[in-house]
Design a protein around this ligand. Structure first.
Ligand code: PEP
Length: 250
């Protein structure tokens, strides 16, 4: 099965609404000829409707960086999957390591948010990854297996048709350090066989597995050359359209 690569930009807590729209418009101009690559940008929730409108009729889609699992209610400060979908998002990033690290996200809350995303028709991008300490103590696969199996607990096969998995070693996010080709290759192969074991051949074959962690124009070609790498989740290098386009054009 041929998987369309997905290059996704996580804009984190950067850019005001007008700044986000400007970058999105510049990027739309630069990537109008790009074919056979799905492009997604995830601005802040405040910018999401503005950016979604700005990229309507272009080949860029948008995503949110987080959602709450309930569809509505007395949950001050939260935003639901339905609200994000209505704002124009097609994707939602779930379980990013910064959310796990600073905001108490757990595999259990991740699982509820994936359910919420699917309920609202959003494509979930489930982020998983080990810390440096976990890698050095050879717990990488143990950690990833738990994040995947608990994050996707209780799902049946067909529900996961739109799932995207993002392997983001925590030690490579925003640090300038990238996992080397052998490390990425080994993990991505492992994740694909894990999906096969937990779900089905079909789920394993169709799920796009992105790599994230200091992806930049200088290393993207090598990373995208790895058989089981189906795209990239990019933080810092996605903030500037002139740089991000060179990643999209891997
Ligand atoms: C990220 O935020 O998901 C990420 C990978 O960040 P960076 O590319 O800056 O390491």
């Amino acid at each position: 099965m041929k998987r369309t690569p997905l290059i996704a930009g996580n804009w984190k807590m950067y850019k005001t609404g007008p700044e986000a729209v400007k970058t999105a418009q510049t990027l739309a101009g630069l990537c109008s000829d790009v074919q056979n690559v799905d492009i997604m940008i995830a601005p802040t929730n405040l910018s999401l409707p503005l950016v979604s409108r700005a990229v309507e009729d272009t080949n860029i889609t948008t995503g949110a960086q987080n959602i709450y699992s309930e569809s509505q209610g007395a949950f001050t400060g939260e935003v639901s999957a339905e609200m994000v979908r209505a704002a124009g998002a097609e994707y939602v990033i779930i379980g990013h390591s910064e959310r796990r690290q600073y905001f108490g996200e757990t595999d259990e809350s991740v699982c509820k948010k994936i359910r919420a995303a699917l309920r609202a028709g959003l494509k979930p991008v489930l982020c998983i990854g080990e810390s440096l300490e976990e890698r050095e103590s050879e717990k990488t696969f143990l950690v990833l297996d738990k994040q995947v199996s608990d994050g996707l607990k209780g799902f049946v096969l067909d529900e996961l048709d739109t799932l995207v998995l993002a392997y983001e070693p925590v030690w490579a996010i925003g640090t300038g350090k990238t996992a080397d080709v052998n490390q990425v290759d080994e993990v991505h192969q492992h994740l694909r066989s894990l999906l096969k074991r937990l779900f089905s051949d079909k789920t394993a074959e169709q799920t796009r597995i992105l790599y994230g962690g200091s992806v930049k124009p200088e290393n993207v070609t090598e990373l995208m050359g790895i058989e089981d790498v189906d795209g990239a989740l990019v933080g810092g290098a996605s903030l500037d359209a002139d740089i991000f386009i060179n990643i999209i054009n891997f």
